[in-house]
Design a binder for this molecule. Sequence first.
Ligand SMILES: C[S@@+](CC[C@H](N)C(=O)[O-])C[C@H]1O[C@@H](n2cnc3c(N)ncnc32)[C@H](O)[C@@H]1O
Length: 227
Amino acid sequence: MREALAARGIRQVAGVLLDIGVSSPQLETPERGFSFARDGPLDMRMDTTRGETAAQWLNRADEKEIREVIWRHGEERFAKSIAAAIVATRLREPFRTTRQLAEVVGRAVRTREPGQHPATRTFQAVRIFINQELEELEVTLPQAAALLEPGGRLAVVSFHSLEDRMVKNFIRERSTADKLPRGVPVRAAELPLPELRAVGKVIKPSEEEVRRNPRSRSAKLRVAEKN
Ligand SMILES: C[S@@+](CC[C@H](N)C(=O)[O-])C[C@H]1O[C@@H](n2cnc3c(N)ncnc32)[C@H](O)[C@@H]1O
């Protein structure tokens, strides 16, 4: 972000809005391979010009790595049985399609969360891993804050707890004044202001919005202002 703006001679901005994660066109286009609901090549890359597809990774990664990714990025409690099923399946036939993965995961998940496809968490986990989404967010947030002019605002819309936790912690850390060692004779007013100020509480979609747009149900908007 910083280089892209500097290349346009822009050093500071009044606001940064990050609407992160996967987009509806990506979910709805079977060829992009993001969805367990539409059969297509098991790709999941947001940028198809680089990196390994989900199929390539699932066909070579070891069981432990697959289990950890599904557990850490999907918070999926059946990560162990899913990883074992993936490794057992690929010995017979390598993964190529989203339906193949959805069916293998569906059989490995013993109890289902109401209203949720059993492969939801695994698909989210593999997607986050293949696109390094959390690592990207970790690099992006400090850059965005640094680019803001005083009074400028950072607004981030996230769609699952892992992302939201990172945004929440980032804003809290950057909104907390440095602690001075005990006994240093400095008045609070003389302390340097922290980089950011959290603006209001987290904003969630209204019931009416969720009815109108079910995809918004897990969305959270957090806002911070540059001091
Ligand atoms: C939630 S969608 C945005 C949807 C869009 N704001 C809209 O309302 O239609 C997030 C988009 O960000 C893109 N994206 C994901 N990671 C990115 C990154 N590190 N840098 C730039 N774009 C990224 C994704 O490919 C996706 O198209």
